[in-house]
Design a protein around this ligand. Structure first.
Ligand code: ADP
Length: 273
């Protein structure tokens, strides 16, 4: 009878193992499909960026270098090559992060200062699309430990998405740095396309794109937010996405631990904490 019991356990166990293997196989197949899809998207992105460069070159071939047409062609080339470069930079960063080769230069930083500079750098591009950029920084400053350039990259990425996924001309993009308990928060809010609830959990995944937006040909590779999430995590923080759904805008919030030991007293002497 003991033998029969042992056989039963083995049968239950092997059913569990088979079930686990099926789950793993399904997972691998899904990852493989996303990679295949990613390669297709990457090829399209590269090809799409090169078309205008080739056109611009042929304009240069037959135009006076000082003409308006030549100038315009050179502007197009600069813009397209710039886009290609940032796309390739993202790819390089992702592979560095994935192989653990990103080196962070960690320092005590005034988060409002870092975010303010990053927003100022992005402002002209955002306004060129007809959006308004609103910035709210804390006073007194909030101190965190992070890598200045990588934090600026995170903010630039979130601002780029906010501008990209908000219909041209009526956007309001708000960047705020504030304190919540023992954490410093950076939020980037837009009034654009929004993200359907079912997709909110996926946007930080590698190669993940919200279909609806792709079909309206927004471009991109689906690696920007994956990179954001990894860079924030490397600095001891977290990032979350919120949206009230279609057309209601999105908010991305980065949260980092404060390093302040002594909270500044409020005017009436009470602690800020
Ligand atoms: P990409 O922009 O290259 O597609 P990301 O990783 O930056 O990739 O973003 C993943 C997806 O999340 C995007 O395809 C887009 O659908 C969605 N998304 C990101 N930011 C926003 C935003 N501010 N508003 C609406 N959707 C967004």
């Amino acid at each position: 009878r003991r033998r029969a019991a042992a056989d039963r356990v083995t049968a239950t166990e092997s059913a569990a193992v088979a079930e686990r293997m099926r789950a793993i196989a399904a997972h691998l197949q899904e990852a493989d499909q996303r990679k295949t899809q990613f390669l297709a998207t990457l090829s399209h992105e590269l090809r799409n960026a090169m078309g205008p460069v080739l056109n611009a070159l042929s304009i240069l071939d037959r135009s006076d270098p000082a003409s308006a047409a030549s100038r315009r062609a050179r502007d197009i080339m600069r813009e397209q090559v710039g886009q290609l470069r940032s796309l390739v930079d993202d790819l390089l960063d992702i592979s560095r992060v994935n192989s653990g080769k990103v080196r962070l230069d960690l320092q005590r930083l005034d988060l409002g200062d870092v975010v303010g500079h990053a927003a100022a750098a992005a402002q002209a591009g955002i306004e060129a699309l007809g959006h308004v950029l609103v910035l709210r920084l804390p006073d007194p400053p909030l101190w965190i430990v992070g890598d200045r350039a990588r934090l600026a990259q995170v903010v630039a990425n979130l601002l780029g998405n906010a501008a990209k996924y908000t219909p041209r001309g009526n956007g309001r993009i708000e960047v705020e740095v504030r304190r919540e308990g023992s954490r410093a928060l950076v939020s980037v809010r837009d009034n654009g396309l929004g993200i359907p609830a079912a997709d909110l959990g996926k946007v930080f995944g590698m190669f993940e794109q919200v279909e609806r937006h792709q079909s309206s040909s927004q471009g991109g590779l689906g690696i920007g937010l994956a990179l954001v999430a990894r860079l924030v995590a490397l600095q001891g923080g977290e990032v979350a996405a919120h949206s009230d759904g279609d057309g209601r805008g999105s908010t991305f919030t980065v949260s980092l631990p404060l390093v302040e030991n002594e909270p500044a007293p409020t005017p009436d002497g009470a602690s800020l904490r």
